[in-house]
Ligand binder design. Structure first.
Ligand SMILES: CC(C)(COP(=O)(O)OP(=O)(O)OC[C@H]1O[C@@H](n2cnc3c(N)ncnc32)[C@H](O)[C@@H]1OP(=O)(O)O)[C@@H](O)C(=O)NCCC(=O)NCCS
Length: 127
């Protein structure tokens, strides 16, 4: 619950917007716009997961397209960024489906499973 409270506090402060993806009343994924910075950057970082049972049906691509539109039209952001592990082909396909461009390789970018790991960075410039 502490992480839910922390997320809601960040939402109140305008730094994060969390969504859950629902199939009926069941949560089958989440997508979150994190680290929202205003001023001259006007940028947010997107992160997502979808339950394996629902993978490969375009759920994440549709959710990301919605988040991109919301970031542009309601939040007034200029750019949405994302980072994937180099071998995460499914996530890279989602980003390409939704018009993200590859920025490049960021060495030792995030600590995942206890190890600093290289990531591919992507961005979608919104206007
Ligand atoms: C990445 C993830 C969110 C994709 O969700 P999804 O709803 O299945 O995504 P979509 O159906 O919109 O698109 C996935 C695409 O990747 C493809 N794909 C799925 N698994 C794949 C694999 N192992 N290798 C290659 N392509 C793969 C799908 O066929 C689809 O491509 P297509 O539309 O051209 O056929 C989901 O796999 C997931 O939750 N993974 C674990 C968490 C994660 O990696 N989050 C992102 C961190 S950067």
């Amino acid at each position: 619950m502490a992480s839910v409270d922390a997320k809601l506090n960040q939402y109140e402060a305008g730094r994060l917007v969390p969504w859950v993806l629902l199939q009926g009343e069941r949560i089958v994924g989440t997508i979150t716009l994190n680290d929202i910075v205003r001023g001259p950057f006007l940028n947010g970082h997107v992160a997502y997961w979808v339950d394996k049972e629902f993978n490969g049906h375009g759920v994440c691509s549709a959710a990301l397209a919605f988040v991109v539109e919301t970031a542009r039209n309601e939040l007034g952001l200029h750019r949405v960024q994302a980072a994937t592990l180099c071998g995460n082909v499914a996530s890279q396909k989602v980003l390409k489906h939704t018009g993200f461009d590859e920025i490049g390789l960021a060495p030792s970018y995030l600590k995942i499973a206890g190890q600093w790991q290289d990531h591919m960075l992507y961005q979608r410039v919104l206007y």
